[in-house]
Design a protein around this ligand. Structure first.
Ligand code: GLN
Length: 368
């Protein structure tokens, strides 16, 4: 309002009227004033909604504070449908920020390796986009949030046109694995692993946690049903058991919180890993990928997450979460206790606090 008032006052000034002798000149000046007023209004809104970039000191303080605030929180419990995940010490907790130029700020158990689980899903979707363009995801998988749990079989029956619905639920992620252009199962797996390792900037391929793989594959009856249903509906693009094996292996890749942070920072940096400088995905596909993360990254809790944290993010039942502040940095956290939707309780709190404190929600500042 103040900005608009200033504009009107300027136009009313006698000096201005004296200069404006003919009507064409007056129209031009009016147009310029209108543009200036609009620009100032946008700047005023911008100043109110978006905070300045945090300093290194503020970033370190923020991860330390989030770690200290939530390390005693006992809410939730380890995933147990993959038997071995019950054995991960529940009190582990790590928080990191990685900037788009690769600076890292960390607190807690950030070197502990856990299974990446569903945090792998957007990165394999990125691989499919890189190979076949973003439209193929929309055409062959879908990009709608399901509003249902990550392992929903019901979703396949409700969304009859696309079936697997989006690449961040199990059905869509198994379909994405089946869409990787590959000459054999080994080739498919090597590409999936190399791609995730490239996002993490790992000098050698990340390692699979074999015990996790065995534990999940030998109990993967629900995911096998999903793979077979998709195949039956012509929505799976390789042999179903092959897709299931590669998908389960991808979920068993061992990462630490720093790796997740670096993977997110690669997205914040429009697809170039900040450390290796390798382009891992086309810059122009990053906005589409972040859009899917924003709408479906937390499954049936995606609306709640976006409402309170305002950042595209992805969770996994291993306890990891990575959130992306586009063009700036990533916030990652790990802690094994999950809520009913399968999302890490401490990690959600930590990321939400940091995002709120820095005012970096993509639609404007969320409450602290
Ligand atoms: N591998 C897990 C599964 O298929 C991934 C689920 C998750 O992290 N939400 O059930």
């Amino acid at each position: 309002m103040q900005v608009l008032g200033l504009g009107r006052a300027a136009i009313r000034s006698t000096q201005l009227h004296a200069i404006v002798q003919n009507s064409r000149a007056r129209v031009e000046i009016m147009k310029t004033m209108t543009r200036l007023t609009a620009a100032l209004a946008v700047m005023a809104i911008g100043t109110a909604a978006f905070a300045a970039d945090p300093t290194p000191k503020e970033m370190q303080q923020a991860v330390d504070a989030a770690y200290a605030k939530y390390k005693g929180l006992q809410e939730g419990k380890n995933a147990d449908y993959i038997p071995i995940l019950t054995k991960t010490p529940s009190d582990l907790f790590g928080v990191v920020i990685v900037t788009r130029d690769g600076k890292m700020y960390s607190a807690g158990d950030v070197d502990y390796r856990f299974s990446i689980q569903s945090v792998s899903k957007p990165f394999t979707a990125a691989l499919v986009m890189s190979q076949q363009g973003p439209k193929v995801l929309d055409d062959k998988i879908g990009v709608e949030p399901t509003g249902l749990p990550f392992n929903s079989r019901l979703a396949l029956e409700i969304y009859k046109d696309k079936r697997s619905v989006n690449p961040l639920v199990n059905a869509g992620a198994i379909a994405a694995v089946s869409m990787v252009k590959a000459t054999s199962e080994t080739d498919r797996w090597n590409q999936v692993l190399q791609n995730i390792s490239d996002f993490a900037g790992s000098p050698k391929p990340l390692e699979v946690l074999e015990e996790v793989y065995q534990s999940e594959y030998t109990t993967a009856f629900g995911n096998r049903a999903i793979a077979n249903l998709l195949y039956n509906y012509d929505r799976l693009y390789s042999d179903p058991e092959e897709a299931l094996r590669v998908y389960t292996r991808e979920c068993s890749i061992g990462v630490n919180t720093k790796d997740l942070g670096m993977m997110g920072a690669t997205l914040a940096n429009l697809g170039v890993n900040p450390l290796t400088k390798k382009r891992v995905m086309p810059a122009e596909d990053v906005p589409e990928l972040l859009a899917i993360m924003a709408t479906a990254g937390f499954y049936d809790e995606s609306g709640e997450w976006m409402y309170t944290a305002g950042l595209p993010a992805k969770t996994g039942v291993g306890g990891g979460i990575v959130a992306v502040v586009p063009g700036k940095f990533a916030i990652a956290a790990f802690s094994p206790r999950l809520n009913a939707a399968g999302n890490s309780v401490r990690s959600m709190h930590a990321i939400r606090d940091i995002a709120g404190q820095f005012g970096v929600g993509v639609f404007g500042a969320n409450p602290e």
